[in-house]
Structures are given as structure tokens and as C-alpha cells.
Design a protein around this ligand. Structure first.
Ligand SMILES: [Mg+2]
Length: 185
């Protein structure tokens, strides 16, 4: 019997990346991923919170779920962009449609995460790790945002694998790797 293979695809810093990609598509010259930028709500009331932050903002000490007010104290040049769920849905749908090429068993776990049951796709598409790299690179090159792909024998292992180190990476956590890969952590 063929072993079960699951791929977990997780968009890196989804809200900020998707907003950045959308702005670039609309002709914006600046990639907000490289600026002091956050996605967050309702700054006027000062109750808005940080939903996502760029790497430069992170280096300033900005953390997810803190208030915009507090984030701006750490990072005075911070640019705040509102969440745009229609935009996120658009990029999420594109990714999902692309992933449907490789399996008809795909679970949309959240707006930026999918589980692909690869077990029946093995014969057609071959080595799942090779395919994981192809998926990662295709999404980056065609859609302009990056993902992590985790490969494992069930959803939990695949999801843990995709979380190992980011961004734009493939990791495996097969049942027989748990001891070696998890113990050092
Ligand atoms: Mg994600």
C-alpha cells in the first residue's frame, strides 16, 4: 500500500505580501515588503491592531496584534495599509486554482493555507518533494508572492514542516524523520 503524502502550502506573510503584490500590479513603484509597513485597521480610533508587518518593521520591534499606536512609537516612519479581504481572496483563489492541477483532493484550510492530498497524485507527478519545489517556485515566479511547502505523511506533520524556516522554503517531516528533526528543537 502506498504511504499517505500530504503537502501543506502556506503563504509567507500573506496579508502584507498580497497587498504589496496588488500595489505593484497597480503600478506602484514601491514594494512595501521592503519598507516600514504594516497591515492594520482603523488608525483614527487608535484601536486598530497590527495584522501583518514587513521585515523592516519587524526589525524595529513591531509585533503582530499590538496596537498601531504602539507600533508607531517604535517605528515613527511606519506606513499603515488597511486590510483588503477582496484582494486577499483574489490571490488565494489564484493559488488554489493553480494547486488544483496536482490533486483533486485539496482542502482550503484558511485564506492562505491549503492541504494537498498527494497520495493519488504520486504516480502522475512523481516525487512529492520535487513537486513541492516546483509549486513553491511556480507560485513565486507567476504570482509574485512566496510560500512555504511542508511535506509529510499526515496534515499535522506537513503543517509542522512548512513552519520550520521561512520564507520561500520546502521542508519535509515524514514519520521516520520525526526523531531526528524534532528532537533538536
Ligand atoms: Mg501563512
Amino acid at each position: 500500500m502506498m504511504e499517505r503524502i500530504i503537502l501543506h502550502v502556506d503563504v509567507n506573510n500573506a496579508f502584507l505580501s498580497w497587498t504589496a503584490v496588488d500595489m505593484l500590479h497597480k503600478g506602484n513603484k514601491v514594494d512595501i515588503r521592503n519598507r516600514y509597513a504594516v497591515i492594520g485597521g482603523d488608525e483614527a480610533t487608535r484601536h486598530g491592531i497590527v495584522l501583518a508587518k514587513s521585515m523592516p518593521a519587524k526589525k524595529c520591534g513591531v509585533v503582530t496584534a499590538e496596537t498601531i499606536f504602539s507600533a508607531r512609537r517604535k517605528c515613527p516612519y511606519l506606513d499603515v495599509y488597511p486590510p483588503q479581504f477582496k484582494v486577499y481572496k483574489k490571490y488565494s483563489d489564484r493559488m488554489y486554482t493553480y494547486l488544483c492541477n496536482y490533486s483533486n483532493k485539496i482542502e482550503r484550510y484558511s485564506i492562505d493555507e491549503c492541504f494537498i492530498d498527494y497520495t493519488d497524485s504520486y504516480k502522475k507527478y512523481g516525487n512529492p518533494v520535487k513537486l513541492a519545489y516546483k509549486i513553491k517556485n511556480d507560485i513565486r515566479d507567476n504570482f509574485g508572492f512566496t510560500v512555504n511547502v511542508g511535506v509529510g505523511n499526515n496534515k499535522l506533520l506537513a503543517k509542522m514542516a512548512s513552519d520550520f524556516s521561512k520564507p520561500d522554503k520546502v521542508h519535509t517531516l515524514f514519520s521516520n524523520e520525526i526523531k531526528n528533526k524534532m528532537w533538536p528543537r
